[in-house]
Design a protein around this ligand. Sequence first.
Ligand SMILES: NC(=O)c1ccc[n+]([C@@H]2O[C@H](COP(=O)([O-])OP(=O)(O)OC[C@H]3O[C@@H](n4cnc5c(N)ncnc54)[C@H](O)[C@@H]3O)[C@@H](O)[C@H]2O)c1
Length: 304
Amino acid sequence: MIGIIGSGNVGANTAFFLAEKGVDHVTLFDIQDGLAQGKALDMMEAAPIRGYRTVISGTNDPQDGLNADIVIITAGAVRKPGMDRDALFQANKEIIIDYAKKITRPDTRVIIVSEPVDLLTTLFARHSLLPPEQIMGLGGILDATRLRFLIADELGVSMENVAAQVVGRHSDDMIILHDYCCVSGVPVEHFLSRETIDRLFDQTRQAGGLIVELAGRASAYYGPSAVAADLAEAICHDTGRVLSVSRILSGQFGITETALSLPCVINRAGASSILEPRLDDSQIQTLKTSARTIQETLKEDTHA
Ligand SMILES: NC(=O)c1ccc[n+]([C@@H]2O[C@H](COP(=O)([O-])OP(=O)(O)OC[C@H]3O[C@@H](n4cnc5c(N)ncnc54)[C@H](O)[C@@H]3O)[C@@H](O)[C@H]2O)c1
């Protein structure tokens, strides 16, 4: 069973995408009375046409959503135009601490979507009894997915032939691994000029903000939901896929006790091992600065 905490745009769409992937059971919870039940019912009533057999249920009891094999946390405030992700920390930190303490099943794997994701994943890990590999933040995998679209669109090729890797913080400080961006295994420089590649990298950094500006009242949710469902499926099916997720680092590039995205092997245990990519000196500095910023923010906050 997959529990989804928060049944707003990301939570509900993740449930829908999971149903289309054929998982057995998804339980939605939201603090707004009736919202989870209403959306679950709506999705079940689409099943005769969409053809999924998944049971999607809504609940008013958070423990029904938390007592799950995989818990996806999408609860909390979203950015408004002009806001950066860090501005959501004060609004969302208590929610994360609360759920970190309420998850008591030792085998639950947790995917944190709420923003600012690396800060909240670090905070969750501090307050949780779960081991670090079972706690994953939705970070680099979304940025890489967006970049794959942009490269494919620029070249007019199929997206499935485009690979991209983004690590570090899910923010303007994300680190796009140039050497790992390929089209059918061929480095992207072979097809695109340096200026075009830089423009696509900038668009990737600004992708989330652009959607907030354009949509006005909502942040991105189709892309994030698709990625959350993909990650949950990779865990359920014990795939061993390598995906860039935010997890507590254990000494990689000298960083500990802080969650940042690096490529991880995703299997039934969660983000079970980290594959260290080759980074240049400036990328290592960016990664370390991101870790320091997260630690300083948490240190300044006496409740964290
Ligand atoms: N990591 C990423 O890449 C990424 C991408 C998109 C959105 N997000 C984040 O995901 C979160 C959700 O986004 P959304 O678009 O679904 O927002 P939304 O406003 O549509 O939904 C949020 C839902 O959370 C519920 N909620 C608030 N407090 C709660 C609590 N304590 N327990 C349970 N539910 C609670 C609200 O009632 C609301 O229904 C935001 O923090 C957003 O910034 C992250």
